[in-house]
Write a protein that binds this ligand. Structure first.
Ligand SMILES: C[S@@+](CC[C@H](N)C(=O)[O-])C[C@H]1O[C@@H](n2cnc3c(N)ncnc32)[C@H](O)[C@@H]1O
Length: 328
């Protein structure tokens, strides 16, 4: 089933993701929500490992959904796919008649289909239109942002979302360059970033000088951090409570940069902490948190995985299990 022709995306930490989610999906009629279906690599493995489970697969990218639909067709009516942003997951589940689910996967970021399709504009290695929309119906492209944001707003987003040490001089250079000609394709931006931010003394950096700028633009175009901030608590809410011999629902998240991983860590830690109001006389023995951490810190891929798939190198995996609906 997995030897599909066409675009490929190597699912990251596939065995570990499957191992973390499967104990919650052992019973018949379990529901697995994949919030970032992509090309369906994780979904296929989880469905195969859990023959009683059904999948609800979400992606905001219509191309990804079309490929995943082909790949997952052999699973027939065990699969239901929906084009949506993952912060709409409560609505998607309500529509499907399953407000609570046994397992949720979030594999954040981009698929190889998006990175390797030059005219989507995500890659800095090829000259392509500065688009970067995951959903082609969205109105605003990366070029729109570069050509219309004020210098202060450009500096803010380069600093906040790209953690770019040269955010201010770079924003100034972008505003000066667009005055002579608006930005439309990536090569001119890559050259500009190299000239301004690639200079020695512009902070410690690893990788291509344009990596941070492209990350910042992509996050802004797709509202990625805002969507994640809304989706994480919604996903925790959607996990089923333990019941009649079934363990609680499990949520596993793969993040690829520190801004996302920090958000995941914060939400998981808060849920795993019993937090009783101080003025209430609750004995410590009765305090139980809402979540249990399944991973110790963030797990990372093994070296043999990153050797074969360098895109996995920045992955950080965290997972939790629901203990009860709300902290006692
Ligand atoms: C890393 S890929 C997932 C790959 C997938 N796990 C696999 O094995 O094929 C991430 C996917 O999430 C989608 N995505 C990113 N942010 C999203 C969001 N806010 N809502 C819905 N889908 C999103 C992207 O379009 C992309 O297809």
């Amino acid at each position: 089933m997995s030897q599909q022709p066409g675009p490929q995306h190597e699912p990251v930490m596939l065995a570990r993701m499957t191992e973390l989610l499967s104990p919650a999906l052992a019973e018949p009629d379990s529901v697995y929500l994949d919030c970032t279906l992509g090309l369906g690599g994780h979904a296929e493995a989880v469905l195969r490992a859990n023959p009683g489970a059904r999948l609800i697969g979400i992606d905001r990218d219509a191309d990804a959904l079309a490929f995943a639909a082909d790949r997952l067709a052999p699973f027939g009516d065990r699969v239901r796919l929906v084009q949506a942003v993952y912060d709409e997951l409560a609505d998607v589940l309500a529509e499907a008649g399953t407000p609570r689910v046994q397992a949720i996967c979030m594999d954040l970021g981009l698929s190889s289909l998006q990175i390797d399709t030059a005219d989507r504009g995500f890659a800095y290695a090829v000259d392509a239109p500065l688009d970067m929309r995951m959903d082609a119906r969205d109105p605003r492209t990366a070029a729109d942002i570069l050509n219309t944001y004020s210098e202060a707003d450009l500096a803010r987003l380069l600093r906040a979302y790209g953690e770019e040490p040269a955010a201010r001089p770079l924003a100034r250079a972008i505003v000066a360059a667009r005055a002579s000609e608006p930005f439309d394709t990536s090569a001119r931006l890559v050259d500009l970033v190299g000239a301004v931010a690639g200079r020695p003394g512009r902070g410690r950096r690893t990788g291509h000088p344009a990596k941070r700028t492209f990350q910042a633009l992509r996050i802004e175009v797709n509202g990625e951090l805002d969507a994640l901030a809304r989706a994480l608590p919604a996903a925790v809410d959607a996990l089923a409570e333990p019941a009649a011999g079934r363990p609680g629902g499990r949520l596993a998240v793969l993040a690829y940069h520190s801004l996302e991983d920090r958000m995941v860590k914060r939400v998981f830690r808060a849920g795993a902490t019993a937090d009783a109001p101080r003025h209430l006389p609750v004995p410590a023995s009765e305090l139980r948190p809402r979540l249990r951490l399944l991973t110790r810190g963030a797990e990372q891929p093994a070296e043999d995985e990153t050797a074969g798939n360098p895109r996995a190198a920045s992955a950080r995996l965290r997972a939790v299990e629901k203990l009860q609906e709300v902290a006692a």
